[in-house]
Design a protein around this ligand. Structure first.
Ligand code: SAH
Ligand code: SF4
Ligand code: F3S
Length: 459
């Protein structure tokens, strides 16, 4: 019996690892006859892939479930059934509670159990409401089907490491994603080769603690992230490599050196420092001082002076004084970040930070965040403006906002728009950067530039 295709809608919250997981869920459901749709009201199965990192993120799930319920009722009136699944880190953290609180939900599935989704959908079709939040012993990655690259992608994510053993006192990740796990190198190489054969040119390796990667290598030894990146750089049609997120404690010499040595490794590093005061860093259990962080930045810049640095910062961690906050501003000023993500501290249930005395009042956090973000924005603009007048290789990923425009990324991950043909998509071309806008750069193609790359040779 051939089944008519069923429609699947996935809404993704949170980090890039969730974006990756969403792609894998879509692929895992393909054999069961599900096709992706952008329109929720068209979908027979709606998956919310959720984030638990801050209170606001977790709350979004319940407001979104309100919309999902209305959609389900409207479809019901048209004689259509809708199945609803909650996946991701809220699913992991709250499990049964979601089933109790939200009658609209049919399935709850944690990030480590994605490969069991098709089975859970079959159970739900029989009227069960399965909750799967174990950390199963059977390998998720080996059980998932091969990548099919649903959308035609130029740039793709590949999770290489999951979970975290660092236990920063503010963070839920060690609880929602579990213990640190590194995928074997051979599995990653096969996945990247498969993506390359689908036309992917850039791969970003993902992990909550990606530079703690220590998977089994192809030679049987444990490989570091630097070894893995060097191996992936040998795949001919992969032109660019990136990785995120790193922890300052795990930046080893080989990885630092690779920024200078490996042409395919892009000069961009996301390295959270969270706070500039050593007292706060200790209370956060970050395991480094502000000075150690800045020394590390100096070493990285010595090998790759033009590197674009990005970071995460939290303001208003319990006990943070005005002086502590000033120290955070000072570090940011001295480093000069090209990009930064900053947050008000959010007390998360079950984390040690939530129990600490000296919780900072909301208005103080708000004020500090505004001051910090203004400074970070100046720094970002300064970085962007410094690229005006330079000739940069841009990897084109898609159409631009205006007709006749194509959009791509500079090595520093800046969005770049130029007038040019769509045939450029999937290729690297040199662009003379002429202006920096609020969120992107514009430029003109270097007229003398000759393409050295065959058009989508790998497809
Ligand atoms: N693994 C990464 C980041 C994980 S979460 C790392 O080690 O840095 C992404 C960012 O969210 C963190 O870097 C931190 O800045 C922020 N974050 C995490 N928990 C938070 C909380 N409870 N309140 C506010 N921000 C938080
Ligand atoms: Fe969270 Fe810290 Fe682990 Fe990053 S290193 S995921 S902030 S516990
Ligand atoms: Fe959020 Fe989970 Fe990522 S809590 S930030 S989706 S690891």
């Amino acid at each position: 019996m051939t089944q008519s295709p069923k429609k699947l809608h996935i809404k993704t919250f949170g980090c890039q690892m969730n974006a990756y997981d969403s792609e894998r869920m879509a692929e895992a459901l393909q054999p069961a006859g599900f096709e992706l749709t952008e329109a929720m009201d068209d979908a027979d199965l709606v998956i919310l892939n959720t984030c638990h990192i801050r209170e606001k993120a977790a709350e979004k799930v319940y407001s979104e479930l309100g919309r999902v319920r209305l959609n389900k009722e409207a479809r019901k009136a048209r004689g259509r059934d809708t199945m609803v699944a909650v996946a991701g880190c809220v699913a992991q953290a709250e499990g049964e509670e979601i089933i109790a609180r939200a009658p609209v939900v049919d399935i709850v599935v944690g990030p480590q159990s994605l490969h069991r989704l098709a089975g859970l959908v079959a159970d739900a079709a029989k009227g069960k409401r399965p909750v799967e939040t174990e950390f199963p012993a059977d390998g998720k990655f080996t059980a998932l089907p091969k990548r099919t690259g649903g959308k035609r992608q130029v740039s793709a994510f590949v999770t290489v490491q999951e979970g975290c053993d660092k236990f920063c006192t503010f963070c839920v990740v060690p609880y929602t994603r579990g213990a640190e796990y590194s995928r074997p190198a051979s599995e990653i190489v096969a996945e990247v080769e498969q993506l390359a054969s689908l036309g992917v040119r850039e791969v970003t390796l993902l992990g909550q603690n990606v530079n703690a990667y220590h998977g089994d290598g192809e030679d049987g030894a444990a490989w570091s992230l630097a070894r893995l990146l060097a191996r992936l750089a040998k795949i001919p049609s992969i032109a660019r490599l990136r990785f995120t997120t790193s922890h300052p404690r795990d930046m080893d010499d080989d990885l630092i050196a690779l920024f200078g040595d490996e042409e395919k490794l892009m000069p961009y590093l996301h390295l959270p420092y969270q706070a500039g005061s050593d007292r706060i860093l200790a209370a956060m259990n970050r395991k480094h001082t502000a000075e150690e962080y800045e020394r590390l930045i100096e070493r990285i810049r010595a090998g790759r002076p033009d590197i674009a640095l990005s970071t995460d910062i939290i303001v208003g961690f319990p006990g943070e004084t005005d002086e502590d906050f000033q120290a955070t501003l000072d570090v940011a000023k001295r480093v000069g970040f090209a990009q930064a993500f900053s947050f008000k501290y959010s007390a998360r249930p079950g984390t040690p930070g939530a129990e600490l005395d000296g919780q900072v009042p909301e208005p103080v956090k708000k004020e500090r965040l505004a001051v910090l973000q203004a400074q970070l924005e100046d720094s970002r603009r300064a970085f962007d403006h410094a690229t005006v007048g330079r000739r940069l290789p841009v990897l084109f990923e898609g159409k631009g906002r205006k007709p006749g425009q194509v959009a791509g990324r500079s090595p520093y991950l800046q969005a770049v728009y130029v007038d040019g043909p769509e045939t450029l998509i999937g290729h690297i071309a040199e662009v003379d950067i002429s202006a920096a806008g609020p969120n992107s750069l514009t430029g003109v193609m270097n007229a003398g530039f000759e393409w050295r790359e065959p058009i989508r040779a790998a497809v």
